[in-house]
Design a protein around this ligand. Structure first.
Ligand SMILES: [Zn+2]
Ligand SMILES: [Zn+2]
Length: 219
């Protein structure tokens, strides 16, 4: 905990802020997000110390612990949702989970990454055949829901560059996805597009329940 300098919050959905109260109250950590997102988080029930509430602008860099960080908007069904573009030492990291599609504003941040953490939330067929109610299926599939495996794979196949060295596929649905099927979809999409992964890119599927190991971005 002593090495953590701050928390970046993408939106107010419970799977993203469940631990925020504990983190800020117990460890006095500053937490960073936009005014609009803070407004949606700070209800009378949520007791976040005022010192921890740090407002950040959209699409304007701020510095935290030697990292230049920029929040960019993504399309999702929360009052506002953001991704993060983080730069240090000439390396760029983009984190984008919880987005129904990759809009024109978000795309450049995603394309510019050396290390990309991107959502691959659901397998289209598993979602269709699963037992979620219709409205929930429609919400997930919508432009303001989540990215499906085919959507993420197609975007990566179209935009993969030499500069992108590590791809982390994240925010997998517990009920409508699994790591095997994510990888299979990605490999199939890449081979259909004639893209051969020659060991230059490292692909990781991030586990839902365990922390991700340290990733080193080599020169
Ligand atoms: Zn989420
Ligand atoms: Zn969400």
């Amino acid at each position: 905990m002593q090495t953590i300098m701050g928390v970046l919050i993408t939106h107010n959905h419970i799977d993203h802020i469940r631990g925020l109260e504990l983190l800020t109250r117990k460890n006095a950590l500053p937490a960073f997000t936009t005014r609009k997102i803070w407004k949606s988080i700070l209800t009378p029930k949520k007791k976040i110390p005022t010192d921890s509430v740090r407002e950040i602008p959209l699409m304007k860099k701020f510095n935290l612990a030697g990292f230049d960080i920029e929040a960019f908007p993504v399309c999702h069904d929360a009052p506002e949702t953001i991704g993060f573009h983080i730069c240090a030492g000439g390396k760029k990291i983009t984190i984008a989970t919880d987005l129904g599609h990759i809009c024109e504003t978000a795309a450049p941040y995603i394309k510019a990454a050396n290390l990309l953490v991107i959502e691959s939330n659901y397998d289209e067929q598993m979602l269709a055949n699963g037992n979620y109610p219709y409205f929930l299926k429609a919400r997930i599939r919508s432009d303001h829901g989540h990215l499906g495996n085919h959507q993420t794979s197609a975007f990566l196949a179209e935009n993969i560059s030499e500069d992108l060295s590590i791809i982390c596929l994240a925010h997998l649905s517990k009920n409508n996805n699994n790591p095997g099927i994510v990888l299979q979809t990605l490999e199939r999409t890449f081979s259909e597009k004639g893209i051969i992964l020659n060991g230059k890119q490292r692909i990781s599927i991030l586990n839902r329940n365990t922390p991700t190991e340290m990733i080193l971005l080599a020169d």
